[in-house]
Ligand binder design. Structure first.
Ligand SMILES: *Cc1c(COP(=O)(O)O)cnc(C)c1O
Length: 364
């Protein structure tokens, strides 16, 4: 049975490398046999404060759940236009930033076309490239995890369609420089700058979009607005690219609840931006505390997470021991990051739990 079905599957999907996702808290709690409230979940860069509180009333008073959402996304694009100060025609909303990554690759890739991935970085670029039948060209970052401009330019060939840049980069936390972005834009390939953590960094390249048809800036409501489960992301791009994406996307790609949540979040953004500010302060504080451990080297970060290098202690081992205590951070299954853990910036209460646990683990 399986082998016959296997023959029906497209060649490039036969042995696809699966995306390594994080698990929901209920699953983690069951595995450890502890109550779900005791899980300290610092592995997904989720927002510990949740969504802004007005969301719940807005969702319960919405009356159009039985009607398909607007395929032209008029209300959402207008709300995002007010927030970003770019025209609605330059905005496309996706079911998460992830869907926009997928749509951009579906739009551009012929089988065998190349996509440049500046590793280590977010895993979805490579995953979506493979699903679309493209080929991933991995260009390692420099020792300080900056994009290697010369190496990227040298890797661009006549089959290169897209270069992904991430600012701040997940998991390394650093920003792309304007010099690097300009250097790559000049080659004429499509450059996607993923600004999912924009609100935490306060830094954006969105103003360059009007001058560069080959630049696309992606954003997300998952992290700063605490809406990861509702799946809302958006892109800022030229009219031309926006028209193509609007034409190829599934017509009802963003659901009615997500639309209500997006509008409510943007109307109540003062609450959310206050929390962002608190998380940025917590990031600085937690970094200082982590740096007090001789075995831990936290990297500077412009996101809501801190990448930590472990010295004289196996990061894998530390991670296992944290898990035993119900604390989940992110260890990556690859060579470059084997000595690192990525820790999502939490509330102070959770920071204290983490620091106490690390103190115990490192002392032993
Ligand atoms: C979390 C994350 C995303 C995913 O965003 P969604 O809107 O939840 O799909 C995209 N890019 C980066 C760099 C991320 O860290």
């Amino acid at each position: 049975m399986t082998s016959r079905f296997g023959n029906l599957v497209r060649m490039h999907l036969q042995d696809l490398e699966e995306y390594e996702p994080i698990e929901p808290p209920e699953v983690l709690a069951r595995r450890l046999n502890i109550p779900v409230e005791d899980i300290v979940k610092l592995d997904g860069n989720e927002n510990p404060y949740g969504p802004e509180p007005n969301l719940y009333n807005r969702l319960s008073s919405y009356t159009n759940y039985h009607i398909y959402p607007d395929p032209h996304q008029r209300i959402m694009r207008q709300a995002l236009s007010d927030y970003t100060l770019v025209n609605p025609s330059n905005i496309v909303v996706g079911s998460g930033c992830d869907e926009l990554i997928d749509l951009l690759l579906r739009l551009t890739l012929e089988p065998g076309d190349e996509v440049i991935d500046c590793i280590p970085t977010f895993g979805m670029y490579a995953f979506c490239t493979r699903v679309c039948g493209g080929s991933v060209v991995r260009v390692p970052r420099t020792d300080d995890f900056q994009v290697d401009l010369n190496a990227v330019i040298e890797s661009i060939g006549n089959r290169t369609k897209v270069v992904f840049l991430t600012s701040p980069n997940n998991p390394t936390g650093n920003l792309v420089t304007e010099e690097i972005l300009s250097g790559i834009l000049d080659t004429g390939v499509l450059v996607v700058v993923d600004e999912t953590y924009y609100e935490f960094s306060g830094h954006t390249f969105a103003s360059l979009v009007s001058a560069h048809e080959n630049l696309i800036v992606l954003r997300s409501m998952s992290k700063w607005a605490g809406l990861a489960s509702l799946r809302i992301g958006y892109g800022i791009m030229s009219n031309r690219v926006a028209s193509y994406l609007m034409a190829i996307k599934p017509p009802y790609n963003v659901n009615g609840a997500a639309q209500v949540a997006l509008v409510s979040a943007l109307e109540n953004r003062a609450i959310l931006l206050n929390r962002v500010e608190a998380l940025v302060k917590e990031r600085q504080w937690l970094s200082l505390q982590l740096a007090k451990f001789k075995a831990v080297q936290p990297l500077p970060s412009s996101g809501n997470f801190i990448l930590c290098k472990f010295i004289g202690k196996s990061a894998h081992q530390v991670n296992q021991e944290l898990i035993q205590r119900g604390i989940f951070t992110r260890h990556f299954n690859n060579q470059v990051l084997q000595d690192y853990l990525r820790i999502t910036v939490p509330t102070r209460v959770q920071s204290d739990v983490l620091l106490n646990a690390l103190g115990d683990i490192i002392a032993n």
